[in-house]
Ligand binder design. Structure first.
Ligand SMILES: O=C(CO)[C@H](O)[C@H](O)COP(=O)(O)O
Ligand SMILES: [Fe+2]
Length: 230
């Protein structure tokens, strides 16, 4: 997985057909997705439950590119190896999931996986200041984690700007997660984000048997984000 700052669209399969993950992953990649974003929720750290490492391992053969695993679980450390073995390319843990964030990031990298750190909307940028040498990606949550289809929280744009300034030239991705669509994508791209997670806005109007809307939705989000630099 090489580093670049081009806009990457990462559809969240939280908005896919849960009975058909394999085919959904193949469909979104065929329609132009750069990464596949996989939301793991435990009903404890967040008020919703999705799935675990076995499901990630099952969908892995259906993803050619990057499998981006977003862990909304606490504790997180006991499960890192399982998600690494399931084939994750990126594992993102939450700064709010426990007191030993540095240890968690070490464990992710020791498992041979790129390390991500997610910040809830109420968590300040200073939380990542002493982790910059330990992270490959910082995920700014632009909704409260737990559910797809929520409204984008605009106060997070300023956080992205602060992060961009803090990161400087370091090879760290800034990922945005929650409420990304063609209207909000340019706002975060302009502020300095490069990975845009989008669930509802990618999957709306399409299905495995009618995947063309996925492609149109992905192209619209990408064009809106890239248009900022035109
Ligand atoms: O982590 C998440 C929620 O906790 C999801 O990745 C996110 O909500 C994507 O869904 P949408 O684009 O519909 O907001
Ligand atoms: Fe997510």
């Amino acid at each position: 997985m090489s580093f670049d700052r081009k806009i990457k669209i990462a559809p969240s399969i939280l908005a896919a057909d849960f009975a058909n993950f394999g085919a959904e992953c193949e469909a979104i990649e065929a329609q132009g997705a750069d990464w596949v974003h996989v939301d793991v929720m435990d009903g404890h750290f967040v008020p919703n439950i999705t799935f675990g490492p076995a499901t990630c391992a099952a969908i892995r053969p259906h993803i050619k590119g990057v499998m981006d695993v977003h862990l909304m679980i606490a504790p997180v450390d006991p499960y890192i190896e399982g998600f690494a073995k399931a084939g994750a390319d990126v594992i993102t843990a939450h700064a709010e999931a426990g007191p030993h964030t540095h240890r968690t990031l070490q464990a992710i990298r020791n498992a041979g996986v790129k390390a991500g750190l997610a910040l809830n909307p109420g968590t300040p940028v200073s939380e990542v200041e002493y982790h910059l040498d330990m992270v490959d990606l910082i995920c700014v949550m632009t909704v409260n984690p737990g559910f797809g289809g929520q409204k984008f929280i605009h106060s997070q744009i300023e956080k992205v700007k602060q992060l961009r300034a803090l990161i400087g030239d370091r090879p760290i991705h800034i990922e945005i997660d929650g409420g990304v669509d063609p209207v909000t994508a340019p706002l975060v791209a302009k502020a300095g984000a490069d990975v845009l997670v989008a669930g509802s806005a990618v999957f709306k109007g399409g299905s495995v048997s009618n995947p063309a809307p996925y492609g149109e939705n992905i192209r619209n989000i990408r064009a809106a984000a890239e248009g900022v630099w035109a």
